[in-house]
Ligand binder design. Structure first.
Ligand code: ARG
Length: 589
């Protein structure tokens, strides 16, 4: 469907041509003075230079030729040469009518879909999921949904960390605790036990313990590093433990992501890249892309135009151990083989910027991906506490994700119980949905790269630019439409949307007409916050209209039907948008 700005631009272009000017001056944009008009065209100012004429004269000629067109409520030339446009109610209603038909709200899919891999989540096996992994999960999930909605073939990959030091730390600590288990016996040739020697709650305690100890005890750290290396090199017993660790912690991780309504198409892990490492390294050496430096294998990545010199990308340590860069490069080999994607998007903490620059440049230089493959890093900022520092527990520890979600749900629960008489169970159920919206919207409404302050009370508020406010708006529509149905009313799509009567209704129509623009910019910029901005504007418009208008009490049947259809459309738009953000609305709240 054609967007409002497109319709207006076409008209204005024709107007410029009719008045004897080039059509390129007819571009229309949303007004930056909404108090004066809805849309504007500044082409006369630019045309003035080419035609050596006063801009206002050109603007007047153009508007004179367009006056009387039924898509304009008003079109006027104002000094020094702007063309201000107010569209007609009939056009607004027609636009909304078009959105109603079809199941995509008038938004077309991309003509040329691309294959996109999104690498987000990035949780580390055996480490409790903590708030640091919250943002990539929430942002990545939304970007995945947005790309898919626009028509791309999208594969979301969890890319779990299971190959690093945390594994060595756990294995080493387990050995300290139960040295007699067969996993540590060099000459053991039998089958290892099927049952893991630890439970998830053991792991929850073991990792933080071992990690803290390695920071104080140099020898302990070295032993854990050695263990990591041996595990990577194929030590039978360590590999058996590694499998136990995976088996115990994967279901827990999945449950955590499930609770966040975050789902992956692929649950790949760093270790899955292992088979690709030796041939990849071999080829880099053969091609002369990599060189030895103090025994380690490195690739120089500095490019012309760099403002400062970048450190080379370390591909293998001098003892042959692989690193974070190694698995990321080898994972690219695998992705290229499996999907040959047009773009690969990584959503991770922005402090990993250098790592990804190294990986991307090396991958291009070594021909691991094709020259045209787009490698995109979306670095997220930190979620900070009110003190401006990364969010911690009260005693300064790393806050676990589960604990955080509980805090948010509790805050919402208190609010819901405050003024409504829901049963305990119902209030809990509602708080889970609303809590997730509070958490996700609180995050997604910020530009991904910015740090933000996590303020539970504000995020959980039912007023202002919050998730609960958006849900509240949807619930308000749902309950009004339900009330209508309960009193015997029938909602029908065949009713017509009538041109708006009041200012608040006009604003609501205008907000609706910006849906496609909002979606397209969210997609182009891979920026869910664009959708948040949009639904906040739409919700505000809806609530103004709701307060200013007698809807169910309207006596004119056709007018009332139009109001109800309009509300239904707003509900659909809002629900579509929050689905792309990754949460949903309850029926009551
Ligand atoms: N596991 C990593 C971490 O916790 C994040 C992984 C991000 N993705 C990637 N392909 N490197 O920091």
């Amino acid at each position: 469907m054609k967007k409002l700005v497109e319709i207006l631009t076409e008209k204005l272009q024709a107007g410029f041509v009719r008045a004897g000017y080039d059509e390129k001056y007819g571009c229309v944009s949303v007004s930056n003075r909404p108090d004066l008009c809805q849309y504007q065209c500044n082409g006369a100012m630019a045309a003035a230079k080419e035609y050596k004429k006063a801009p206002i004269a050109i603007a007047e000629e153009v508007t004179a030729g367009l006056d009387g067109e039924d898509i304009f409520e008003k079109i006027e030339a104002v000094k020094p040469g702007f063309i201000n446009i107010t569209v007609s109610g009939a056009l607004l209603a027609a636009q909304a009518e078009e959105m109603c038909s079809g199941d995509r709200l008038g938004l077309e899919k991309k003509e040329k879909p691309e294959t996109v891999v999104i690498d987000y989540g990035g949780a580390n096996v055996a480490k409790p999921l903590h708030v640091g992994h919250l943002r990539p999960a929430i942002i990545g999930e939304s970007i995945k949904r947005i790309c898919r909605f626009m028509g791309d073939e999208v594969i979301g990959d969890a890319h779990l960390g299971d190959w690093g030091l945390q594994m060595g730390l756990i294995i080493h600590e387990c050995r300290q605790r139960q040295p007699d288990l067969p996993y540590y016996k060099e000459d053991f040739e039998g089958e290892y036990p099927e049952e893991p020697p630890f439970t998830m709650s053991d792991l929850d305690e073991i990792y933080p313990y071992a990690s803290a100890k390695s920071k104080e005890d140099e020898e302990y750290l070295q032993a854990a590093q050695e263990t990591t290396f041996e595990m990577q090199a194929g030590h039978r017993g360590y590999r058996a433990l590694w499998e136990h660790i995976l088996k115990v912690s994967l279901p827990d991780l999945k449950k955590n992501y499930d609770n966040l309504n975050v789902n992956f198409d692929l649950w790949k892990k760093e270790s899955d890249a292992m088979p690709y490492i030796p041939p990849m390294v071999e080829k880099m050496k053969e091609d002369g892309v990599a060189r030895l430096s103090d025994g380690a294998l490195v690739v120089d990545i500095t490019e012309e135009g760099d403002k400062k010199e970048l450190p080379p990308c370390l591909v293998l340590k001098s003892n042959g151990a692989s690193l974070y860069t190694t698995t990321d490069l080898a994972t690219l080999v695998e992705r290229e083989k499996m999907f040959s994607p047009d773009r690969i998007i990584y959503v991770t903490d922005k402090r990993q910027q250098l790592h990804f620059t190294q990986v991307f440049r090396t991958a291009k230089k070594a021909g691991i991906v094709r020259p045209e493959t787009e490698l995109i890093f979306i670095g997220n900022g930190t979620m900070n506490g009110k003190d401006g520092h990364p969010f911690k527990t009260r005693d300064g520890g790393v806050l676990r994700l589960r604990a955080l979600c509980e805090q948010v749900n509790d805050a919402v629960y208190r609010r819901i119980r405050e003024n409504r008489d829901y049963s305990e169970d119902e209030a809990r159920e509602i708080s889970e949905k609303v809590g997730l919206a509070a958490l996700k919207y609180g995050d997604l409404s910020n530009q991904a790269s910015k740090d933000y302050i996590f303020d539970i009370e504000r995020f959980a508020s039912f007023e202002g630019n919050t998730g609960p406010y958006i849900l509240y708006t949807i619930v308000r529509i749902k309950s009004l439409l339900n009330k209508y149905k309960e009193s015997g009313g029938v909602l029908s799509d065949s009713e017509a949307l009538l041109p708006p009567l009041s200012e608040s209704e006009t604003e609501l129509y205008l907000a609706l007409s910006k849906y496609a623009d909002a979606m397209e910019s969210a997609y182009a910029e891979l920026a869910p916050h664009r959708i948040c901005q949009y639904i906040y504007e739409l919700s505000e418009a809806l609530n103004h209209f709701y307060h200013a208008t007698k809807i169910l009490a309207e006596e004119d049947g056709a007018r009332k039907a139009s109001y109800l259809k309009l509300l239904g459309l707003v509900q659909r738009v809002l629900e579509q948008c929050i689905e792309l953000l990754g949460f949903e609305a309850p029926d009551r709240m």
